[in-house]
Design a protein around this ligand. Structure first.
Ligand code: NAD
Ligand code: TYD
Length: 358
């Protein structure tokens, strides 16, 4: 594993999870050619990859996955044999306001990427041999659990509720259809909520860390009783690496770390950690908690059963949640400039600035 040369497109590599996957692959596999293909929407930030942007095995290409002809050119130009597909619209609240963008990118974008891969790989003398289309999905496609202790397995029926999860479910079906119809080697993984450095501050954890620091209200939806299953983003990237190299084609793997938390308990843990690290007295920021109207269709509970992944491939998460949250809070407090540039929009100028200087 890992000694041969490969040319791998990682879509959405300028986003939160994608940037960790790109970093891991660029550093771990100097013999691979890693192409980060990203449209740079509001969620794409090349500053996330400053530390590896000059590595000889890394290339950034600004492109939209919906643009079939451009994608086909990129696959041909770089002789791509592997695709790790993370590009997506990813925020549930935005999907409630603007579902069309989610259908366009997550459904039509994934289909255009699949069709481009099919056209290119079928044109090669070796066909699909040595190729892999690895699609990164979410546990949200399985719908919502109650508080009965049950878990999402790979056999759980798809029952998406939000426009985001409906669009991801549809993209998963297209990926499996390309395997079943054309014989394309595909893998799908469904992961639980990620947290860690470089997450766009519209999501719960970075938004609340930043708000606590600036003494702004913390908008807890409903009663704060919804449960999410949290995984440190680097552990997700490690799982993706393992599955890309050792996963069985046509399979689905659920990724999660048996780490369920009620939102309100996370909010209290964040307050405690930020206050301690900033030297504030205990309880100083409790008054910021502000219960607001619930999210429409808010899924009650997500929880992953990762048994298949640990049994078949020996994966397990490396960090306990309290340790991961400590690292994450420290990272956001130490990288206030990153946060300021994201919240002010300055980060969107980085692409032109970086590429103008090449
Ligand atoms: P993100 O929103 O931080 O990043 C998405 C990236 O995709 C951005 O860089 C954006 O510029 C790019 N992108 C969006 N539309 C594009 C298009 N049309 N063409 C090319 N690039 C485009 O998302 P994330 O949180 O890093 O999630 C990455 C993937 O992992 C998504 O597919 C998401 O569904 C999945 N996922 C996320 C989580 C989570 O907790 N964040 C959990 C499980 C699965
Ligand atoms: P989020 O980070 O948006 O991830 P997802 O919706 O994909 O699980 O939200 C995590 C949980 O936190 C979810 O139950 C909604 C809740 N939440 C709030 O209570 N307030 C907020 O401002 C946000 C962004 C989320």
């Amino acid at each position: 594993m890992g000694n041969q040369q490969r040319s791998i497109v990682i879509t959405g590599g300028a986003g939160f999870i994608g940037s960790h996957v790109v970093r891991l692959f660029v550093n771990k596999y100097p013999q691979y050619n890693i192409i980060n293909l990203d449209k740079l929407t509001y969620a794409g930030n090349l500053e996330n990859l400053k530390d590896i942007e000059n590595q000889p095995n890394y290339t950034f290409v600004k492109a939209d996955i919906c643009d079939y002809e451009t994608i086909l050119d990129i696959l041909r130009q770089h002789n791509v044999d592997g695709i790790i597909h993370l590009a997506a619209e990813s925020h549930v609240d935005r999907s409630i306001r603007d579902p069309f963008t989610f259908a366009r990118t997550n459904v039509m974008g994934t289909l255009s990427l699949l069709q481009a891969a099919k056209t290119y790989w079928e044109s090669r003398p070796e066909g699909y041999e040595g190729k892999l289309f690895y699609h990164i999905s979410t546990d949200e496609v399985y719908g919502a659990l109650t508080f009965d202790g049950s878990l999402f397995t790979e056999q759980t029926k798809y029952q998406p509720h939000s426009p985001y999860s409906a669009s991801k479910a549809s993209s998963d079906h297209f990926v499996r259809a390309f395997h079943d119809t054309f014989g394309m080697p595909t893998i799908v993984t469904n992961c639980s909520n990620n947290y860690g450095p470089y997450q766009f501050p519209e999501k719960l954890i970075p938004l609340f860390i930043n708000n606590i620091r600036h003494r702004r209200p913390l908008p807890v939806y409903g009663k704060g009783e919804n449960v999410r299953d949290w995984l440190y983003v680097v552990d997700h990237a490690r799982a993706i690496d393992l599955i890309f190299h050792k996963g069985r084609v046509a399979e689905t793997y659920n990724i999660g770390g048996h780490n369920e938390w009620k939102n309100i308990d996370i909010v209290k843990l964040l307050i405690k950690t930020v206050d301690r690290l900033l030297g504030n007295p205990e309880g100083y920021s409790d008054c910021l908690i502000s219960y607001v109207a619930d999210r429409k269709g808010h899924d009650l509970r997500y929880a992953i059963d990762p048994t298949k992944l640990s049994r078949e491939l020996g994966w397990k998460p490396s960090l306990q949640f309290e340790e991961g949250i400590e690292k994450t809070v420290k990272w956001y407090l130490d990288n206030q400039e990153w946060m300021d540039r994201v919240t002010s929009g300055e980060y969107e100028k980085y692409y032109e600035a970086f590429y103008a200087n090449r």
